[in-house]
Each structure stands twice: as structure tokens, then as C-alpha cells.
Design a protein around this ligand. Sequence first.
Ligand SMILES: [Zn+2]
Ligand SMILES: [Zn+2]
Length: 341
Amino acid sequence: MGGRGHSFDRGFSSGVAVIDYCCAIELIILNHNVRIVRYNAHMEKVLLYYKFTSVKDPEMLRLWQKTLCHSLNLRGRIIVSVQGINGTVGGDIEDLKAYVKTTKQYPGFKDMVFKWSEGGHDNFPRMSVKVKPELVAFESYDEVQVDESGVIGGGPHLKPHQVNELVEKYGDDVVFFDGRNQYEAAVGRFKNTVVPDTRTSRDFIPELDSGKYDDLKDKKVVTYCTGGVRCELLSVMMKQRGFKEVYQMDGGIVKYGEAYGDDGLWEGNLYVFDGRMGMNFSDHAKTIGQCTHCGGATSNYENCALPACNELVLICETCKQDTEKLFHTRRCLRNSKHMVV
Ligand SMILES: [Zn+2]
Ligand SMILES: [Zn+2]
């Protein structure tokens, strides 16, 4: 630690708070007296990343990643496949830096983009590394091909400002298509978005094949998802079904939100898959979700109160006080009563 040089002698002015992420020390300078208000030797973060590239031996990749993550005391979820890697891991910031450095040594992962996010080790119950047939369970592996440089035939990537430019130029001829599940779109989505009726990723292909969205085939469609991974595949699936002009939002909602917050085309709350359940980009985020019971504005999801049920309940703070309303259906409520008896 000694050789790192923390530059305490910079010309601080009075009343400035300095956060030195390098060694995780937070300082407040008052009348030229440096006061350490918080020392956190284990500052933690979460990393999000994916990379589509052809992987010849996913099982070898799994073993290597598993050993690496355990040696660095990380927790999270990693999926590896012949299509590449998709992961979220949390831990000590120094361990995560070591993880990035080592993972990039794998030939296909050299230019992988790692997003740093708030959180840490405790956002995850364990470290899980699994081999799956595809990075997102669309069951589209027989129609999507991946080579060294990524998914073949996907839609062009648009950066946040390019998304805005497209909408400024073509107005309502640009339609957003939500690549997430319906409950995620219920609390946050882009203006002028088509939300498919999807409970899981497996529902996308039947939805696209149903004909419901055929009127979009001649429009400019921008697909988006949380971090971009789903749209790499979804844009191919749509193009193969005759959608003529499909773009994908580069880096997903996360990157758009970082650029425009709640002052662009995004509205509402971003559902995230960790203990927080959701996050806002600013203090003036709109609340577009509606409580299942009273219809009041809310973005609050709770797990169904029946432990065996994995569903969520969109419920406002008032209705939440009534414990019977915390079951996602009457059936789950009845089942919980059977269990007590
Ligand atoms: Zn309510
Ligand atoms: Zn339930």
C-alpha cells in the first residue's frame, strides 16, 4: 500500500469534500485541517459486462472463471456459452480491477467493456458460473450466429445522442421496442415504446411470430434493454422476421440514463436485478408504475409473500401495510394459509 502516494499535499480549499477512490478514504477539509470522516478499507463495487465472441470450449472457460472469482473473493452470476460471456460480479474494488485485468487476457475478451456500478459482494448470495446454450435464454440459438467479432447480422448500435437525433429527425416514425420483460417496462420505459407481452425471455419468439407487431416492420425500430446484451440477439431475431430497419441502443438504458438522466426520452424507474429492485437516474424521475391494488403511482416491487413463489408484486407504500396484499395472487394467499394449517 505504501508506494501509492495519496497526494495529501494538494492545494485543498476550505470546505471541500474529497473522495479518493484509490484507497477509499473520504476527507473533509475544514479550515485547512484535514479530517478523515470515513475510512473504508474495503470499498466495494459491482461490475457488469458482456462480450459476444465464439468460444470453442465453454466448460474450460467456466472452470477458469470460477477459479479466478473464488481466488478474488467475488460473488455474482456469470453465464458462459459458445456465444461468449455475460456477467455481474461484486467485490472489493482492488479485486475487481485484478479480475478485469486477468479476464481481458482471454483472446476474445480484449476489448470487453466493463461497467462499474454501485453495490458489492453482498448484493449476491453466492458465486455462480454456469455454461448455457446462449447468453440470454431466448431459445434463438439455432438462428443466431456468433463469430470472433460478435453477433452476425445485428442492428447498428446507436449511442445515446444518436438515439435522440433519430427521434428529432423522424418523430413518430421511430418506435422503441422494449427487449426486457413486461414487469420491467411497467415501471420505466422510453416514450413511444412498444412493450411486448413477455414474462420470460422465452416469450419473445412467439410474440414476434404472432403478427402483433407486423405494422412496425416498415418503421424505424430502436430496441433497448438494461445494459445492451439482450438487444444484440433481439435485433437479429427481428431482422430475420422482416423488420427492415432495426437499431439497438448501445449500452442500453444504463448508458442512456448516464448521458441524459430524466431529461431525455427515458421515463421512470430502471428495474435492476439485485437487492435494490430499482433505481432512478435523478431526483426528478417520473413514477409511471401503478399499484396492483389501488392504481396509485409507485415503482415499488416486493417479492410475493409466499416463499415458494418467485413472482413480484407492484405495490404502493400504503397498500404494502396490508400483509394480505403482499401476495401476488389470491391463490398464493390461499396457499400460504394452507401452509400455516
Ligand atoms: Zn396501492
Ligand atoms: Zn405469488
